[in-house]
Design a binder for this molecule. Sequence first.
Ligand code: GLN
Length: 366
Amino acid sequence: MREDRKEKAKHLKEAFLRSCLDKKNPSFFLLDLEKFSLPQLEEAGVEEAELDLRLLIQEAFSLDTKDYLLRKREALSAFYQKKEAYSVFNRKIAPGESADSLRCFSGALDSALTRFFFFLALRLQRIPLSQILGRQEFFGLSFLVNENVLSPRQDTECIVERILQEEREKGEEGNTNEKQISVLDLCTGSGCIGLTLAKHLPCPKLLLLDKSGKALEVAEENYRRLFPDKAEEVRPSEQQRVYFLESDLFAALPSFMEEKDISGFDILVSNPPYIRRDVIPTLDDEVALHEPRTALDGGVDGLDFYRRIAKEGKGFLLPGGRIYLEIGYDQGESVKNIFQKEGFTNVEVFQDYEGRDRGVQGTFPP
Ligand code: GLN
């Protein structure tokens, strides 16, 4: 697969260089690159082809948006300010000559182009942009992502926002000023929900839990990046406030909590898999083919995880503890019922920034 991609990238690069040679003189270097690539991305079914292309070019050529816009219409010669980089376009390519013989570019330009065409080859296969760039922004923070985790979605920010807002309100009422808040983030994936909360809440005790060890590696790396001064806390120690646990939902939790002397959590938060199994193949290729299926598959009716969390989760909440769960836009009533039946109170559905149902919250009775 990787080799295929490299081959594909090589062919794309060669075709681009040939198209430049045919024109003899590519007057606007980045613009030419765009004109060459955009129709291919559109043809492949990439939804926001123009935006993605710009971000891939910026990444490959190390340009921020301002530089990119300023330099988009620059001639190649100006682009790298080297005469020899330009010379390749002033001679005819011999039949059968390969891209290798075109390497009279400056080294920097050549490797940026190679990088770009590798990215393009990946995007043409509908690999998500976030996985190509290796990062996704969430709540103003940059998270490392790869194929082992669901890339953070903007939709999910409303779950974090809801918790922070309620904590803020409590703080204003004078209730929780000094209190440490312990948070359990189930199905944490990249760690985006839990780690963002840890950035904004006062010294939370945080446990990030996932069934996938590979996902937890990503969450741990995100912790190291976002909390560089506390990275040693990743190592097990009695003082640590951020824990990582590989567990199929609550399975490994009782013994872990006993070992760490944790009696319960104030907040249980989760973006569990909630897509109905038969819907998965109808999702965009980026999601259906390239994001971890285990992060999406919520069982036949999409509600498997809510039933398990409602039933088993109670044992891990402190009295008066709260749950906040992401849901699909059409799952509000069903999930609300599931939690009410299990004895949760104040169960409420809340909306994302687009006004669609996106979360359910509730309280474990004191
Ligand atoms: N919201 C995700 C999507 O766009 C699904 C997330 C989930 O199943 N938890 O597919």
